[in-house]
Design a protein around this ligand. Structure first.
Ligand code: NAP
Ligand code: GLV
Ligand code: GLV
Length: 327
């Protein structure tokens, strides 16, 4: 029997790729950049499985270009807003993601961002390298304390809870805004579930961990920044579109909030034309939330396992639309 065909839209760690190559006829898109839309539409033709990245927009057109034999779209990420899940379900295509294995790594990055902006680490590093350091000074590069402050977690799911757990070591008070179903998570870390407005008014650090969905798109905008303390900071390593970036840049420029530290943006990558680039009270990193060697290996393994089990008709570990399996 001819081997099933799989298209992988970028070279992922060997851990996952090897498993696939042992079983299927695998084509990998090489190079630093994602396939163009044309390349994607051409290369999915005839495949049974697609392993894609968050940089690939997988909609009904791509699924139709693949053909009726397409069984599974395995995302190399936990967030799956790049995939039209409804279109997949309508076509009986299973969508999978990589939850859990990147939780702690992404929580670590949220804390790296929080600490970097609070203690002005990036600014201080630049200052030293520029040869500006003359002596110890009472007023040099003063930041803000982290310990004892109030952390506001928006979205008390896997990553939000892992971020809050770390805050306990800093003796922080923790507020969280999340559906009632997350009460157990909140209780585990001693967080109080509160409405968003109270979280915004009382938190010193606000960290965003909701998935990108219609309900969370631009849920942080001008109105929300106006409710924050002028001394408060925003951290976002969830998705850029959850924050109204223009309104954020304005609030930061006018010092209506103290600062922001971001891993994700409305349109990635951002360039010199992005208003955030010119601001001092921000820390900006290029979507590296899950970027540790260990975690990327685990994600590759998980994405491969999801795809393999789906194509072999075995129980699939991480289905996003499990209703497809029941049909
Ligand atoms: P998760 O476990 O599903 O957590 C998300 C939480 O947000 C859930 O508990 C969800 O509640 C809650 N929620 C949904 N809508 C909400 C709303 N309107 N207000 C408040 N809370 C709401 O997902 P996760 O694994 O923690 O990942 C979260 C997101 O982080 C992903 O979707 C992804 O976009 C992002 N991420 C980014 C990186 C990076 O590299 N920067 C890495 C990993 C993940 P319900 O479950 O009850 O709906
Ligand atoms: C990364 O952003 C992910 O969603 O895994
Ligand atoms: C600072 O280095 C101090 O000793 O207070």
């Amino acid at each position: 029997m001819a081997k099933l065909k799989v298209y992988v839209t970028r070279r992922i760690p060997e851990a996952g790729l090897k498993k696939l190559q042992g079983l299927f006829d695998v084509k990998v898109h090489e190079g630093q950049m994602p396939p163009t839309r044309e390349e994607l539409l051409a290369n999915v033709k005839g495949v049974d499985g697609l392993l894609c990245l968050l940089t690939d927009k997988i909609d009904g057109e791509v699924m139709d270009a693949a053909g009726k034999q397409l069984k599974v779209v395995s995302n190399y990420a936990v967030g799956f807003n790049n995939i039209d899940v409804k279109a997949a379900s309508e076509r009986g295509i299973l969508v999978t993601n990589t939850p859990g294995v990147l939780t702690e790594t992404t929580a670590d990055l949220a804390w790296a961002l929080l600490m970097a902006i609070a203690r002005r680490i990036v600014e201080a590093d630049k200052y030293l390298r520029a040869g500006k350091w003359k002596t110890w000074e009472p007023q040099l590069l003063l930041g803000t304390d982290i310990h004892g402050k109030t952390l506001g977690v928006i979205g008390m799911g896997r990553i939000g809870t892992a971020v809050a757990r770390r805050a306990k070591g800093f003796n922080m008070k923790i507020l969280a805004t999340s559906p009632e179903s997350d009460r157990k998570n909140a209780e585990e870390v001693g967080a109080e579930l509160v409405p968003l407005e109270r979280l915004l008014r009382e938190s010193d650090f606000i960290t965003v961990h909701v998935p990108l969905m219609p309900e969370t798109t631009k849920m942080m905008g001008e109105k929300q920044f106006a409710m924050m303390k002028p001394t408060a900071y925003l951290i976002n390593d969830a998705r850029g579109e959850i924050v109204d970036e223009k309104a954020l840049a304005k609030a930061l420029k006018e010092k209506r909030i103290a600062g922001a530290a971001l891993d994700v943006y409305e349109k990635e990558p951002i360039g010199a034309d992005n208003p955030l680039i010119g601001l001092d009270n921000v820390v900006l990193v290029p979507h590296i939330g899950s970027a540790s060697r260990e975690t990327r290996d685990k994600m590759a393994d998980m994405a491969a396992e999801n795809l393999i089990t789906a194509l072999q008709g075995k129980p699939v570990p991480n289905p996003v639309n499990p209703e497809v399996l029941k049909k």
